[in-house]
Design a protein. Structure first.
Length: 442
């Protein structure tokens, strides 16, 4: 008997398939024949005992021809699926699953909320290099990683203890999203909000995912101005403001006006220097200051002392030459080389010479000075140069001869007077721009 399930041939008396274990179903005709044979067998045996051989022959003659049992066609076994096909199908299923996981994870990792969260966490951890990487900025002198480290937001987030993304504003296909992060800081029981704007970029992450970067607009101050005296140099956070930042329409004869288009919000160090002037340092906070103006500078104390000492030396040199009646060339090297100043200095010197030697009836024999004291202060001349005015006070003694209508006498005279000298700082030294006063009476 063949198994209807797998086609394996079994013993006719088997109930279950020896190969697959399925229950064997016998054909109806075969069952009937087996039952008839079981009923006839005892009768035939009884007749055979009574009639011996004839009975056996008769039995043989009268034995009905047994109906031939139909041959059961074997069931064709199912062909097993090749292992290679199974492996290919399994790999395809795994690949599809991986692709789905890849895209789901990618959207999560590169999504706007994740970018905003990364920025927030990196700043809170004071990891400014990583935070700066997700900023959508175009770098310049004042918008760069170093400047970002001093931004106001860094101070605000330095003590975060917990946070969560509270809200996301904007549609899925928008080019910009607003992410609100709620957080607490150490020592505070109330929550604060920190808004981060993220912009979609033209490029992609890993070819498939939208690239988002944090907009710095909320951290940037626009058009920060700095105004300083003419001739001064100014730096902001170590960056010198030059012609690129100079706004000529707002500059005048007294001040130079600079404008910085973009500057990270926060504190910034401004340093103003000018030759001969004391350095000015100012820390400005953009929370309160929209700009910085410096109208005047104090002279450098060391330079003022140097100018005062130079004034005393020049005073003595000028009067010595004038008392001897020398020409201007004897003191010309004391005066500024700027065009016109030597000519003015020559006139001033010749006035002093005339004051000492121009009398028609008095002849100067000797002049001496005592108690000479000089003070220097910031000067004012119509230039951008560093200028000081040195004021020299002195006592003097004059020995002279008087010829009063033939009556010749030797006389002396004591008095005090003053002289002022304007100096400019040229090539590292003080040079005379103008001389006045110095009146000597005798």
């Amino acid at each position: 008997m063949f198994c209807q399930n797998c086609g394996t041939k079994n013993n006719d008396v088997s109930i279950f398939c020896e190969n697959c274990g399925a229950k064997l179903e016998k054909p109806v005709d075969a069952v009937v024949q087996q039952e008839q044979a079981a009923q006839e067998q005892p009768v035939q045996q009884e007749q055979a005992v009574q009639q011996e051989q004839p009975v056996q022959q008769e039995q043989f003659v009268q034995q009905p021809v047994q109906q031939t049992q139909p041959i059961q066609q074997p069931v064709k076994p199912k062909k097993p699926v090749p292992k290679l096909v199974i492996a290919v199908i399994a790999e395809a299923v795994v690949l599809v699953a991986l692709v789905l996981v890849f895209f789901n994870v990618g959207k999560s990792v590169y999504g706007p909320e994740k970018v905003a969260e990364k920025f927030f966490v990196e700043v809170a951890n004071q990891n400014f290099e990583e935070a700066y990487k997700v900023l959508d900025v175009e770098e310049n002198d004042f918008i760069n990683q170093k400047a970002f480290e001093n931004a106001r937001c860094n101070v605000e987030l330095s003590k975060v203890t917990e946070y969560k993304i509270k809200d996301t504003r904007g549609e899925e296909d928008d080019e910009e999203r607003e992410i609100e992060i709620a957080y607490k800081t150490k020592g505070s029981s109330s929550k604060r909000s920190y808004d981060i704007s993220v912009n979609k970029q033209d490029s992609k992450n890993m070819l498939f995912f939208d690239k988002w970067e944090v907009s710095p607009d909320a951290m940037i101050v626009k058009d920060f101005y700095v105004a300083v005296p003419n001739g001064a140099e100014v730096t902001v956070d170590g960056v010198k403001l030059g012609e690129d930042y100079l706004k000529k329409s707002k500059s005048d004869e007294y001040q130079q006006y600079y404008v910085i288009p973009e500057l990270f919000a926060g504190e910034h160090q401004i340093v103003v220097t000018k030759e001969g002037m004391a350095e000015v340092r100012k820390l400005v906070d953009t929370d309160w200051d929209y700009g910085y103006s410096l109208y005047s500078m104090q002279m450098d104390e060391e330079l003022l002392k140097e100018a005062a000492d130079t004034g005393v030396k020049n005073f003595e040199a000028i009067y010595k030459a004038a008392a001897e009646g020398k020409e201007f060339d004897a003191v010309a090297n004391l005066f500024s080389n700027v065009e016109g100043r030597k000519d003015e200095g020559k006139d001033d010197y010749e006035d002093i010479v005339y004051d000492l030697t121009g009398s028609s009836y008095k002849t100067l024999n000797k002049i001496s000075f005592s108690n000479v004291e000089a003070t220097a202060s910031e000067g004012y001349i119509d230039t951008d140069e560093t200028c000081v005015t040195v004021y020299v006070e002195f006592d003097y003694n004059v020995d002279y001869t008087e010829d009063w209508f033939g009556d010749i006498t030797n006389e002396t005279y004591d008095d005090n007077s003053y002289m002022y000298m304007d100096f400019v700082y040229e090539d590292g030294k003080w040079m005379l721009a103008e001389v006045g006063g110095g009146y000597i009476y005798y």
